[in-house]
Design a binder for this molecule. Structure first.
Ligand SMILES: *[C@@H]1O[C@H](CO)[C@@H](O)[C@H](O)[C@H]1NC(C)=O
Ligand SMILES: *[C@@H]1O[C@H](CO)[C@@H](O)[C@H](O)[C@H]1NC(C)=O
Length: 503
């Protein structure tokens, strides 16, 4: 990009990915080449067990900082579009669009009820007990990780504060596109997957009254969304002057309707070009792929041309990820978080940290190498845990059991506090997570999915032991890893530089 003239011809897109613990931004060229990336941590408050809160102001300021960092070396006139994806957390704002606290003891700034917050477990069970028809679209069981139970919790617990004051409830991805453009339009991705919205019939009045939230029907559902658009569709008139100033971009830059973070990863994996890699899916439809997005939790996405109902698995959701295709979404509520919890909680963790530091490797690389060493004289690595078993549902079972009351278990513990013991517990945990994936794939296959290839992305997909264990456990699936920065594609779609999401 040496000469000014060349620079003018280059078109860039910015993708912003808001994960659980950090915001990542990427600057991407038209042909999909990532030229710059930046990351900033975001605050999480955990006031008591199962309560997780964030601040929408904090998240937006971190979005701005990362976008400024990735665009600092280029002419921002060449940025043609920006897209956001984020976790499906619930954001509460008052009628002046100011934050409303989701806990009356908390400060106002803490206005985001995080996706992994399980405070609404009891409300979720009551919603499940109504057996309302919309539940068919979520595997028959309402999860506390969705928005209706969280809204019901706010009404029942903070009636005089948050519930009274809040005029807008957003899914975090839609909050970001609103903040960027001033448009209240919601993405079909969030409304369909987390709010029981139907792309053809809209909101179901009878559902909201059955669960005791008929007040949300007021003013044609103005608090939770009156207008929905397809992911990637241009939102409003692009960046407002205020948002452009915050982000360091030009007013009017195209903004695409957002995706949930896992769905952005899913879009990238479903669209991955595998030509020449001799994979079984090479000449097969996208419906033969499962996208496994492994972060703090994991999501297992598969699409089909006809709606498939899988007990305990969310969906089928029409057009929520890919236009015209039905999406099923399985998942595990704690995976990256579980591995970290188990490793950090072990008596030998300090020793592990010291050893890893000495060799300048991550604790996980160290553990993987350590296990290789331990298995050198044993026959097979996987046999090391023949007497140690982990049940991985420490944060409930999202699928296919769909039981938030499930809890974890470890069988085969000894009095050992050695690094070897820690390594074995780590291996058994990874094996348990892989078996959980197998359980989900089996349920999806039984319901009619024809999955032959598993694609992984996200933090855990960079762990070779995790990937190999999944390959061994799921047997006939082949595995590929790529990274997920698909939200830039959303920005590209909105800019009209490409006409649709191409798969
Ligand atoms: C607010 O958070 C505190 C912990 O900081 C907790 O004890 C309390 O139950 C929460 N309030 C509500 C209404 O959940
Ligand atoms: C995967 O399976 C192969 C062949 O059975 C075995 O040698 C290897 O140790 C296994 N790896 C893991 C991580 O389980």
């Amino acid at each position: 990009y040496s000469t000014g003239q060349q620079k003018l011809c280059i078109r860039y897109y910015v993708g912003v990915d808001v994960g659980t613990a950090s915001v990542r931004a990427a600057l991407v060229t038209r042909d999909g080449h990532v030229t710059h990336t930046a990351e900033e941590p975001v605050n999480i408050w955990e006031p008591c067990a199962d309560h997780y809160e964030q601040s929408s102001e904090d998240i937006w300021s971190k979005c701005c900082r990362t976008v400024k960092r990735v665009t600092q070396d280029i002419d921002v006139e060449s940025v043609r579009g920006i897209g956001f994806d984020a976790t499906c957390s619930l954001v509460a704002l008052d009628r002046h669009f100011q934050p409303v606290a989701v806990n009356h003891t908390g400060v106002r700034e803490r206005n985001v009820l995080m996706w992994m917050d399980h405070r609404a477990a009891e409300q979720a069970s009551r919603i499940t007990a109504t057996k309302h028809r919309v539940l068919q679209g979520v595997g028959g069981v309402m999860s506390p990780e969705m928005q209706p139970p969280k809204l019901l919790w706010l009404k029942e617990n903070l009636r005089e504060t948050c519930w009274k004051e809040a005029a807008h409830f957003f899914d975090l991805p839609d909050f970001l596109s609103w903040k960027a453009t001033g448009s209240l339009c919601r993405s079909l991705c969030t409304l369909v997957c987390k709010w029981t919205y139907s792309p053809s019939d809209g909101w179901d009045d009878s559902f909201w009254s059955a669960i005791g939230l008929e007040d949300l029907m007021e003013n044609s559902y103005s608090k939770i969304g009156q207008q929905a658009c397809c992911p990637g569709a241009p939102v409003g008139r692009g960046l407002t002057a205020a948002a452009a100033a915050d982000l360091g971009l030009i007013q009017g830059t195209a903004v695409g309707a957002s995706l949930i973070d896992a769905h952005a990863g899913g879009l990238g994996l479903m669209g991955a070009d595998v030509t020449g890699h001799h994979l079984p899916c090479e000449h097969r439809p996208v419906s033969s792929r499962m996208a496994l997005i492994c972060g703090t939790s994991s999501c297992h996405m598969a699409v089909s041309t006809q709606p498939l109902f899988v007990p305990g698995v969310w969906g089928p959701y029409l057009s929520a990820m890919l236009p015209g295709l039905w999406l099923n979404e399985g998942g595990q509520s704690a995976t990256g978080r579980l591995v970290e919890h188990v490793v950090r909680g072990h008596a030998a963790y300090r020793q592990l940290e010291e050893q890893a530091e000495r060799r300048c490797v991550s604790v996980y690389s160290y553990l993987n190498a350590h296990l290789e060493g331990m298995s050198a004289d044993a026959a097979q690595l996987e046999q090391l845990t023949a007497r140690l078993h982990v049940w991985p549902d420490f944060h409930g079972n999202r699928s296919p059991l769909a039981d938030q009351t499930a809890r974890g278990a470890v069988v085969g513990l000894t009095l050992s506090q050695t690094l070897d013991d820690l390594a074995l517990l780590y291996l058994a945990t990874i094996q348990a997570i892989a078996l959980g994936t197998r359980h989900i794939i089996d349920a999806m296959r039984a319901a009619g999915h024809d999955i032959t290839t598993l694609f992984l992305c996200g933090g855990l997909s960079k762990n070779a032991l995790f990937v190999q264990t999944h390959a061994n456990t799921t047997g006939d699936c082949t595995h590929v890893c790529i990274t997920d920065l698909e939200c830039a594609r959303i920005g590209a779609c909105a800019s009209s530089d490409c006409s649709s999401i191409q798969v």
